[in-house]
Every structure is written in C-alpha cells, then in structure tokens.
Design a binder for this molecule. Sequence first.
Ligand code: G3H
Ligand code: ZN
Length: 286
Amino acid sequence: PLVSMKEMLEKAKAENYAVGQYNLNNMEFTQAILQAAEEEKSPLICGVSEGAARYMGGFKTVVNLVESLMEEYNVTVPVAIHLDHGSSFEKCVQAINAGFTSVMIDGSHYPLEENIALTKKVVEVAHAVGVSVEAELGRIGGQEDDVIVDDAEAAYAIPSECDQLIRETGVDCFAPALGSVHGPYKGEPNLGFDRMQEISELTGVPLVLHGGTGIPTKDVKKAITFGHAKINVNTESQISASKAVREVLAEKPELYDPRKYLGPAREAIKETVKGKMREFGSSNKA
Ligand code: G3H
Ligand code: ZN
C-alpha cells in the first residue's frame, strides 16, 4: 500500500535499521525498485527529484506509474512516494495534490529563520492530509539534478539549530548535512559522527542520510546507530544501470532494441537495490 514515511521511519528507528530512499529516473528504475522491495519484503521510499519528475512527465505521471506497477506486481510492502529536495512551497503542494505521500522541503540554502518559516508552512498543509515531511539544515556537497553545492559551500549542520527547526516545525524526519555528498565521493567520506550523535540525542527525530552512494558499510552501521532511519541512494543505481548498458552495447554494437539493453540495466538496478536493503537492514521488515 501507498503510505507516508512516518510509521516506517519510526519503526526503523526503534528497531535499529534504515529504510532506503531509492530515486526513480525512468520506468525501468521504477520497475526494478518496486520488484526489489517486494522480493526483499522491505519497506520502500521512492525518491522523486523535481528534475526526475520533469523527465518522467510530471508528478501525476509518476504517481500513476508507481500505482499501476504496484497493482501489476501485487506489491504488499509499504511504499512511500517522496518528493526529493522540494524547492518551494508551491512544488510541495503540487506533489501532494498529485498523490505524493511524502515531501522534502529543502530550505537549507536559506537563513535559519526563513528555512523554519517555509518548512512550517509545508508541514501545515502536508500533515492536514497525512503526508510526511522531511527538512534539511547545513549544506550537502556535490550535485543532484538542480541541487548544486560546491566544496566551499558545503557546511555541517549545527545541533542547536537542528533542534530549533525540528521543535518549531514538527517535521517527521530531518536531514542534517554532516559531510555526505551527492554523487561519487572524492576519497573517503568524512562524516561528522560526534555531531550526528549530539543531534540525534537532542532531537530524537529519525535522521536522514543523503548521498548514500559510496559510504562504507561500517559508516552506514554507525549512522544507523546514531539515529539515521532513512538513507538516500541514487548514483549507485545509476552507475550499475549504465555499466550494464555499456557492457551489452560493447558486446553487440549492432543492437538497436532498447529492451535488449534497458532490460539488463533494470536487472542491475534491482540487484543494487536489494544489496542496499540487506546492508541497511530493511529486508524482511515489511
Ligand atoms: O537525495 C538523494 C540522495 O541524497 C542521493 O545521493 O546520488 O549520492 O546516492 P547519491
Ligand atoms: Zn539528497
């Protein structure tokens, strides 16, 4: 069933695992991710960036596709459709009206008070219709679609500010930027575990780790121990999909039927996502 993130994240936090947000890029991604969740008996968060929604034909098209595939595949695990890095109040409302069950409002580039005011406004409309909300503080480095933050701008979240934002807005989960990066890491990630623990103890709210691609398993486990109940993954699925396409086309340069190279890409995404579900501990938790 389509649900908000609220209950799945509270259960995950209580039982010390994380639910993955896997980003949709096209139909094959959507198929692969839904099948992976059902086969692993894992709760699932489908992440949809504004760029991905534009590419796929709009918010409503994405919701219809997810719903149709869930019916076709007899999906029994809980699934949330979540707006990733929502850029404005208006975009969040559009996504909610189209049937999204969860939204992120990313006000991290605004001064604290503005971020709080914006997030609060989104929470009011979202909670009125049972939709969950994620907010962010600090700056996550790297690039994801429209969200670009260079190294110099990347900043760790400040615990007291996180606590204030969470208390004043009533968000369901919260993403403190603590050194994680969108896209591949240059070298080893350097996550701020001390602050992470402090923020988790101070706020008690389920935390969200963006930039889940390329974080060593030991750091993933530590982040879960320090309150992370949601981990976002996009680049890793994209890399495995592209690798599969390259291999097929290199082997058979004369090939032209997209199903012959996107089918293997879909299989590769599914295997990647299943691996993450096991790593995050969400398998058999649905
Ligand atoms: O919001 C989406 C994620 O944070 C994805 O990060 O592309 O580095 O896996 P990633
Ligand atoms: Zn992100």
